[in-house]
Design a protein around this ligand. Sequence first.
Ligand code: GLV
Ligand code: MG
Length: 324
Amino acid sequence: MSDASGSRELRARRSCHAVPGSNPRFLEKAQGLDSDQVFLDLEDSVAPLAKPDARKNIVEVLNTGDWGKRVRTVRVNDWTTQWTYRDVIEVVEGAGANLDCIMLPKVQTAEQVVSLDVLLTQIETTMGYEVGRIGIEAQIENALGLINVDAIATASQRVEAIIFGPADFMASINMKSLVVGEQPPGYDVGDAYHYILMRILMAARAHDKQAIDGPYLQIRDLEGFKRVAGRSAALGFDGKWTLHPDQIAVANEVYSPLQSDYDHAENILDAYEHFTSERGGKTGAVMLGDEMIDEASRKMALVISAKGRAAAMERTDVWKAPEE
Ligand code: GLV
Ligand code: MG
């Protein structure tokens, strides 16, 4: 839900675990996993004829399952199919009180986000739910979506996250590769995904949204998962999809700050707060040990601190103000 400035609360999304809505065993099992988010899928992991039953399964497990603090998301089908409206109506009418976000795949225009927003508002009003509580996660999976990513990010106050969908994206731009997440053979002068990742990250940061990296399909290759996740984490992404339970712990680690960075960030915030206050002498540039810190250091520290707090990290080394 948004505060007075229109920003929505920052939810932990280091690991966003995908669960096909057509598989009751996986839906049950996902409740015991340590992912920050689950998304129950009605789209590409569910065959067309299985979609009606998958909607029912999802409503049932949202209402009766124990999801703890996980962010509960349902991925509906995209607006170019005939399934979207029924996905949204059945799931939100049936389990809207136990649902945090709808994920909209293959978003191409801001209007597609607005359409979902309007439908959600009508359902929330009819059902007596709090209007605007359910968020939207927008998947960018083709060239048009990427070109329109700023308008998509700002199309509705409900938008919380922008997600890169590498498999569909690779197909949509005719990339000559079938291995999702890895570099296309023949391209050896850089990272073929750099522009796409940075474009999504810029839109997310400019508009105060989270940036989420998509799936890595070689589920037995944890080293590969760690390497690819490490790249988007280094750029500033907030999390990544996980398709197999073994990927979850890796994602939680890769997208959390290092303990030493988290301690350092909290100490910068404390020292800066102290030295810029009446009590500490009201200066602008201050020292933390041998390090000079200023307003820009404070902003960098805020980012690491927010990620650490969202991951429920605890401080292990607390700075103390000098005796006055
Ligand atoms: C995810 O939806 C992808 O297409 O990679
Ligand atoms: Mg996709």
